[in-house]
Design a protein around this ligand. Structure first.
Ligand SMILES: *Cc1c(COP(=O)(O)O)cnc(C)c1O
Length: 362
């Protein structure tokens, strides 16, 4: 790509592979030599049907999901899923379990409380989420489902795996889907907003086991009912055509690269960045080594002035999107799939140069 393309470590909307941006931008002018822009394609026409089918099949293939699962592209972001999940799966007198690893997980429980009982089984809140909450030793059998967030985007913690559970497990995988091999099949439902590891903001990926569907305990308009979306093959209303197409391009890119390779790179990227944070006298990471996220690396510096100086130091070197979430502060460097190892190596040298100059100036 020409021009001054920045290294973008933003937490979301986040960096996409250059190949995806190139192809998506060409499709805006002329989609696959059809003489039509992707933005002009009818969602019920044959071109989009093919995009819709291929993208949904690729999700199943990459996650190793059987035909028991329905894959949907929905709108309304993560927060609408926080509401739709209890609307569909939680009766008013029933309980759902939550593992509170941070802001998003907490939010999912708050939304569920509008529709039934939201029971927090484990939480890391009292330590400001600087470690993972313990996985509950026992999960009550009468829960309608158990909800957890695989990767904590804001505080920078990540569960090592997707455990098997005795009640349907529902996972918010917004910030680490396709970044590693996981037991995706252990989830009765998984979902992920596109703007982190999949594509453009505006679509949310849902994969739901059919066994969970068709059991809604309240009146719902079709637009809020997963089974209506499933029956319509995710074409209940006008699909977010460009968003789904961009996701398809990324899914093809992921498939070509392979999740194994992506995972190996991801481990390496996180390793060199944490190593530098731990070594560098100006920075520190409060998250315990075993709980650290390979996707969102959160760290602090000595003080506010150093924060500001480092942000500026990065900015003039073309590095952007490193500011921490407003609840946590300091820095968050997001290492999603599209971030190449070379970008992280650049970041590490910039941190070393900054330390050198900073200490020299004292
Ligand atoms: C970003 C994020 C969301 C956010 O969803 P919105 O689309 O902004 O509603 C939800 N869950 C997790 C884990 C996230 O990282």
């Amino acid at each position: 790509m020409s021009g001054n393309k920045k290294i973008n470590f933003s937490s979301g909307p986040a960096a996409l592979p250059p190949e995806v941006l190139q192809e998506a931008s060409e499709a805006i002018i002329n989609y696959n030599n059809t003489g039509l822009s992707i933005l002009e394609l009818q969602h019920r026409g044959k071109y989009f049907e093919a995009i819709n089918d291929e993208s949904r099949a690729l999700v199943k293939e990459l996650c190793g999901l059987s035909d028991d699962y329905e894959v949907l592209w929905l709108q309304g972001g993560g927060r609408l899923q926080f509401a739709m999940i209890p609307m569909n799966f939680l009766g008013e007198q029933e309980s759902a379990g939550f593992i509170d690893s941070g802001f998003w997980a907490h939010n999912a429980a708050e939304y569920a409380a509008y529709y039934g009982n939201a029971v927090t089984l484990s939480s890391s809140e009292k330590d400001n989420h600087t470690h993972l909450p313990k996985w509950p030793a026992t999960v009550p059998h009468d829960l309608s489902y158990l909800h957890f967030t695989t990767n904590n985007t804001i505080y920078g913690t990540q569960f090592p795996n997707v455990p098997k559970t005795n009640v349907p497990l529902i996972a918010d995988m917004s910030s680490d889907i396709f970044s590693r091999k996981m037991e995706y099949r252990n989830c009765a439902m998984l979902y992920a907003v596109a703007q982190k590891n999949i594509g453009a903001a505006g679509v949310t990926l849902v994969a739901v086991n059919k066994h969970l569907l068709g059991n809604v305990k309240r009146k719902l308009p079709p637009m809020l009912d997963y089974s209506a979306h499933a029956k319509a093959r995710s074409l209940l209303n006008t699909a977010p055509v460009f968003g789904v197409y961009t996701s398809l391009l990324t899914l093809r890119w992921i498939k070509q690269k392979g999740i194994d390779t992506i995972e190996t790179e991801s481990i390496k990227k996180a390793e060199i960045l944490y190593k530098e944070i731990d070594r560098n006298s100006l920075f520190d990471c409060k998250i315990g080594k075993d709980d650290r996220s390979k996707m969102n690396v959160c760290f602090g510096s000595r003080d506010k002035a150093t924060d500001t100086a480092f942000t500026e130091y990065c900015s003039v070197r073309g590095i952007t999107g490193i500011d921490g979430h407003r609840y946590v502060g300091s820095f968050r460097v997001s290492l999603y799939n599209a971030i190449p190892l070379s970008a992280v190596e650049t970041m590490v040298s910039v941190m070393q140069e900054f330390e050198h100059e900073y200490l020299k100036a004292r």
